[in-house]
Design a protein around this ligand. Structure first.
Ligand SMILES: [Cu+2]
Length: 407
């Protein structure tokens, strides 16, 4: 505090972010981190932010969603001169509306956001607000994405859509903390999206309501229960739920390639294709040749093939029952009877009550009912294939001299 004004200092600078154990990215951020620190103030606070530029190019900060004097809006060239390297600018305004906001550069935006420059801002209500409930747990995170080639450290900045690292607060699963709460806690999760695509954020075992956006609290009449809500580019969604089901509940983006890392998509599908012969021929020429995706991609989770240094594991994370085969935008909501109020520590894996876990059946089976019509009710096909299609599935035999028998 300085004479009634809340002062903050943000230094825009290069940072190193460990995105998952063993995988580091060279990003740009604020105060040594990407995303930058979350700024928390109270409605009505007067706020002064000193922004120092230690980047090799000019920058600015836009206070996404705030009501403020136009000259404080941070759009380089439009509302202010850009902050040159080595210079410090001051932003000053009153935090007028309670809610969840974001901050990011509005100067060479494509580069600077692709490099990780962003942060969150929470303005708490000054008094009890009819549309803002008290909660027991309050989480917030930013959705961000990067394009980092396997074996390299610096994001590619010209990527428009085809990012390969999908992160929460510049971390990827299994490098993302779990959300640890006590049974019956009222939980708030604020999710801001500064990637270049939308993310359907999905919770297991519970329903949530969207109680706010970056436009402010959502009116009660406009709330409904969901298990997935889409967070579009440049949006914030404030989710609230009562955690009344004990367990370890998956919480993730529902785009399946966003729960994987280091993915490329120029790979033909080989599911159902028997390519034993061709694989054998290629292996004579390229000893490390690996056939990918013949039985699906689950093999990738257990792959023993050496990856280039500093590559995010594609599908990983060991759970109590094996590999989760996940990466990217994935975490776990851990609901426990004995989690102490205010304790955010990881309680470990859930101990399932006896008889409540899916189990293997080895008894006799009823024949499933199959629809023989193949869906040709409304638009019957003129030519019906007259041959049956044979699909062969084989399991690779482990070879004594193979370095990667698990594929
Ligand atoms: Cu996503």
């Amino acid at each position: 505090m300085n004479q009634g004004v809340k002062e903050f200092h943000l230094v825009a600078e290069p940072v190193v972010r460990e995105m998952a154990p063993g995988f580091k990215a060279h990003l740009w951020g604020y105060n040594g981190q990407s995303p930058g620190p979350t700024i928390e103030v109270v409605e009505g606070d007067r706020v002064r932010i000193f922004v120092t530029n230690k980047l090799p190019e000019h920058t600015s900060i836009h206070w996404h969603g705030q009501r403020l004097p136009c000259g404080m809006d941070g759009v380089g060239g439009l509302t202010q001169a850009a902050i040159q390297p080595g210079k410090t600018f001051v932003y000053e305004f009153m935090a007028r509306r309670p809610g969840t906001f974001m901050y990011h550069p509005h100067a060479d935006e494509m580069t600077q956001m692709a490099m990780g420059m962003m942060g969150m801002w929470v303005t708490h209500p000054k008094a009890r607000h009819t549309l803002i409930d008290e909660v027991d747990r309050d989480f917030c995170f930013l959705l961000n994405s990067y394009d980092i080639d396997p074996g390299s450290y610096t994001p590619k900045i010209m990527t428009m859509l085809d990012f390969n690292i999908w992160s929460w607060n510049s971390r990827v699963f299994p490098g993302i903390d779990s959300f640890n709460v006590r049974t019956h806690d009222k939980v708030r999760i604020r999710v801001g999206n500064l990637t270049m695509t939308n993310h359907p954020i999905h919770i297991h075992g519970h329903e949530f309501m969207v109680t706010g956006t970056d436009g402010g609290p959502t009116p009660g009449s406009a709330r409904w229960h969901e298990v997935t809500t889409d967070v579009a580019v440049g949006q914030m969604r404030q989710l609230e739920l009562v955690a009344d089901e004990e367990g370890d509940w998956a919480f993730h983006c529902h785009k399946s390639h966003h729960t994987m890392n280091a993915m490329g998509h120029n790979v033909p599908t080989l599911i159902g294709v028997d390519h034993r012969d061709v694989a054998k021929k290629i292996a004579k020429l390229i000893p490390d040749y690996m056939v990918m995706g013949e039985r699906g991609m689950a093999d990738m989770a257990e792959m023993e093939m050496p990856l280039p240094d500093n590559t995010a594991p594609m599908m990983t994370g060991q759970g109590p029952f094996g590999s989760l085969e996940m990466g990217g935008m994935f975490s776990v909501l851990k609901v426990r009877k004995d989690q102490k109020p205010g304790d955010y520590k990881d309680p470990g894996w859930f101990k399932h009550p006896q008889g409540t876990v899916a189990y293997e059946w080895t008894g006799t089976l009823a024949e499933p009912v199959r629809d023989p019509s193949a869906g040709a009710h409304t638009l019957p096909s003129r030519t019906v294939p007259d041959r049956t299609i044979e699909v062969q599935v084989r399991k690779p035999k482990p070879k004594a001299n193979s370095g990667h028998s698990g594929h």
